[in-house]
Ligand binder design. Structure first.
Ligand SMILES: [Zn+2]
Length: 396
């Protein structure tokens, strides 16, 4: 048995506990056989191996619910071109952007992809992240799409991170299908989907200017749903398309980005209980406007925050940084930011048992101190941009 003791603050994120974040103080937490078995006054803590949380905030293991972290190659030159004024959409249309990562990823072996993804996941776990969603979408043909998700799961095992796979064959139209989009959509549905099925729990599409249309997105999402996958969507990012409302009608568990969502889309998300996944690093790298957080909040749409970790539009794998950016660049509250990387992120993955600290739940938590001089509270932890000191990570 392990016992977490002397924590300054425990943010359980359990709605049964006090306040928005379920804050407890003066408590110890006992962990046994992968479960949380006891939470009570520190002075009554049972015997066991002590995890000393002096000066720390204890939170659920963080959940990064939107990443593209299996990739090969890099896009550092493209970064220079974007700084010089080229747009993301024009680079994509010229065969750059996602398509340049597709060429490099297709050329990489599974062992190479596992090695790269393992290094990225280990760095995330060292920051307290125990669950990471990983999308395919740099293969855009059956074998590489499957290889990416298999590599993601193997990297998860090698790094001690719980990996949740999402199939994103409709990430971009590959060069060889440029003149037969309908043919590519057929391949996604008939060939890629069965090939990736063992490693995916959700399907996703990128509907946008320069990517897929609403009609194509609807057809692909419906096919994934019929195959038993949960529905997720990259929606209303560069241009408004209306796909968020369509995905909500298909029962989507999340709609992600949403910088340009309208009132109809927001109402549809609220009705369906779809989680809005906000990706502040991508928003800043692409110089997009912030999503309408006040309207989403007013409609009661649950908010999650993720890194969108990828080599082009969001080369930013630190979920603490994403959480802080969600407040300063998008207007989330401290409580929304904490729930966004814990309980609501777990919900966006259809894994509601994660992202909370409660008796009977998984032994999955992080002991973390703020940078020197900041208080060991939710605000003290998230006000600084990076620099949190992770003392211990359990679970994943
Ligand atoms: Zn993405």
């Amino acid at each position: 048995m392990q016992v977490v003791r002397q924590a300054a603050t425990v943010l359980t994120c359990d709605p049964a506990q006090p306040g928005a974040l379920g804050v407890l103080t003066g408590v110890a937490i006992a962990l046994d056989s992968g479960r949380i078995t006891w939470i009570g006054p520190d002075e009554e803590a049972p015997d066991g191996e002590v995890l000393d949380a002096t000066g720390c905030v204890v939170l659920p293991g963080l959940v990064d619910c939107h990443t593209h972290l299996v990739w090969a190659g890099d896009r550092a030159d493209e970064f220079r071109r974007r700084l010089a004024g080229e747009s993301y959409t024009s680079l994509l249309e010229a065969g750059g952007g996602i398509l340049s990562t597709v060429r490099a990823t297709r050329a990489a072996s599974e062992a190479d992809l596992v090695e790269l993804a393992t290094a990225r996941l280990k760095a995330m776990r060292a920051r307290g992240v125990t669950t990471v969603e990983v999308k395919s979408g740099y293969g855009l043909e059956p074998a590489t799409e499957a290889r990416m998700l298999r590599a993601a799961h193997r990297a998860g095992e090698a790094s001690g991170v719980r990996v949740v796979g999402t199939f994103l064959g409709a990430h971009a139209v590959p060069a060889e299908w440029r003149h037969d989009r309908a043919g590519y959509v057929r391949q996604v549905i008939r060939e890629q989907l069965p090939a990736v099925a063992p490693w995916a729990s959700a399907i996703d599409v990128y509907v946008d200017r320069g990517a897929f249309t609403v009609e194509e997105g609807r057809e692909i999402l419906a096919a994934g749903r019929a195959a038993g996958l949960a529905v997720r969507v990259h929606a209303e990012q560069v241009a408004f398309t209306g796909i968020a409302a369509v995905a909500a009608e298909l029962g989507a568990i999340s709609a992600d980005h949403l910088e340009r969502i309208d009132a109809v889309g927001i109402a549809a998300l609220a009705r369906a209980g779809t989680v809005a996944v906000l990706l502040p690093a991508a928003m800043l790298y692409l110089r997009d406007p912030p999503p309408p957080v006040e309207a989403l909040r007013a409609a009661g749409v649950p908010l999650a925050v993720a890194t969108d970790y990828n080599p082009g539009s969001s080369p930013a794998g630190d979920l603490w940084v994403a959480a802080t950016l969600s407040m300063i660049a998008m207007g989330l509250t401290v409580e929304e930011a904490v729930l966004g990387i814990t309980r609501n992120a777990a919900r966006a993955l259809g894994r509601p048992e994660l992202g909370q600290i409660r008796v009977g739940g998984p032994a999955d938590l992080v002991l973390v101190a703020p940078p020197a001089g900041f208080p060991a509270t939710a605000a003290g932890l998230l006000q600084p941009l990076g620099g949190q000191q992770v003392r211990a990570v359990v679970g994943g």
